[in-house]
Design a binder for this molecule. Sequence first.
Ligand SMILES: Cc1cc2nc3c(=O)[nH]c(=O)nc-3n(C[C@H](O)[C@H](O)[C@H](O)COP(=O)(O)OP(=O)(O)OC[C@H]3O[C@@H](n4cnc5c(N)ncnc54)[C@H](O)[C@@H]3O)c2cc1C
Length: 516
Amino acid sequence: MTGQDRGKKQSGVTKRAALKSMGAAAAATGLALSPARAAQSAAAGDKPYDLIVIGGGNAGMPAAIFAGKRGARVLVIEAAGQLGGTLFLSSGQMSAAGTKLQKSKGIVDTPKLHYDDIMRISHNTADPELTKLATDGNGETFDWLTDNGLVVHPEHPELGTTHEPYSQKRYAWGLEGGISILKILNAQIKPEIDAGRVKVLTGTKAVELITDKGAVVGVVTDGDTKGRFMGRNVLLTAGGFASNAQMFQEIDHLKDYNDDSYPYSQGEGIKLGLSVGGYVRNGEKHAPLFGGILSDDDYPSPMLQIFRPWPPSRPPFEIFVNTAGQRFLQEDVASHDVYEESLLKQPNTVCWVVFDDAIFNAAPPIMSPKKWNKQEYAELFNARKFFHKADTLQELGKLAGFDGNGLVKTVAEYNAAQKSGKDKLGRTHMPLPIAKAPYYAIKLHSWKFMGFGGLAVDGQLRVIKQDGKPIPNLYAAGETLGSAVTMGKSHCGGMCVTPALTFGRLLGSKMLTFSA
Ligand SMILES: Cc1cc2nc3c(=O)[nH]c(=O)nc-3n(C[C@H](O)[C@H](O)[C@H](O)COP(=O)(O)OP(=O)(O)OC[C@H]3O[C@@H](n4cnc5c(N)ncnc54)[C@H](O)[C@@H]3O)c2cc1C
């Protein structure tokens, strides 16, 4: 889930291309049921299933696989035409401690160290109980994937540098990103489907939960298979709301600028949970990513590029200013977290990167995933939205939409600091002044791949009401819980994909009870 690498994935894979590849992946594995087969499933829906899984992605697939392995009768309801969910788009970056891979490379690590790192990075804002559940289980999940054929990059695991680095090398992902994980899940679920223990209804949406005296006892579906299915346990793994701009604004309290998430991430699991008395928490913990250059201002818009510094590998030459034309952070700080927190405090969570012609020519490239040469880059200014160029700083502000007079003052201060070596924000890497026209500014928006708020559960992943009481038979996992449970108010590498897989595995393999 690193910014640059994730961006690389995003630029190469547009949403349309991803959806096309989803069809190919499903066809290759034969996991998309035809409407005829789906109709048979509906007819067989009278007897209660041991488990109904709503959403067959990162969390739902392992839940179904492990429940099937225990002999449970499982129904997976999947809105898309195929299983896989966000794995079709995600970089599939995972973090896990005490793995066989780590041991094979002599890396000493424990779930406790992983947990402590998450609490350090998140400033103790992650959920202690659920983060412990995840970090205790992630190692076994990762081993299960590698035992079943997952191959990660040869230099992995690593500390990670595109989110706050871990203190130990525990961050790894497959050669094909999320698809590498999906291939293992597809191979693992197939025998369960073939044996009749797991039934999958694709193209079918869960639209309502059926209740009896306050307990959830079934699901109403629409789409390719319209029906009512009864179940002893119902698991909400329908993902987050990252593709639902209204929910994003309502729950995470930020404007939804970018549109790069899985189209089915519409928050429907959360809505189903709310409909039977659940509640949402943690939206205030959203940590926006820094440096999004959007394709246009018709929000939410696909990302064009990412301007996201990691000073240890590319120290900054530029400055960042807000709508007042003022700097707001020490640009050479080696912390994504400081960048993200500083951006959160700026009006509309936008800022501009500003530089002059000398910096334009001297600074090493920083943007990803596209590799523009100098000429291609130069041609964007005043030709493409958000790229501005002017002969004076005032004019630059006017063109770009921030206070040009503020910038004049800011640049004068910065240039004095650059000369004296004493910066009021503590920056020490100031190789060049900003003094040579033309001047450049690029507008940077906050961006996101996931929602931070989500449905409240207890330590057993039971959906709870405001009074803390569980709603009988109803469970949730994955991004339906919101990313903040295992990342707090920060980005902790791999702590969405891995906990989703782990919670699904734990629910299917031991946390759920299947006796009649
Ligand atoms: C581009 C991108 C890159 C990312 N990279 C990383 C990364 O590298 N590492 C990391 O830790 N996190 C990453 N994340 C976040 C992570 O992928 C998600 O948080 C995680 O995959 C969510 O898993 P899930 O099972 O909850 O949801 P999903 O995998 O999205 O599965 C939910 C499923 O539910 C289905 N569904 C939705 N509504 C209904 C309904 N009403 N009825 C039936 N089915 C329904 C959907 O079609 C989908 O198949 C990334 C996210 C994105 C968008």
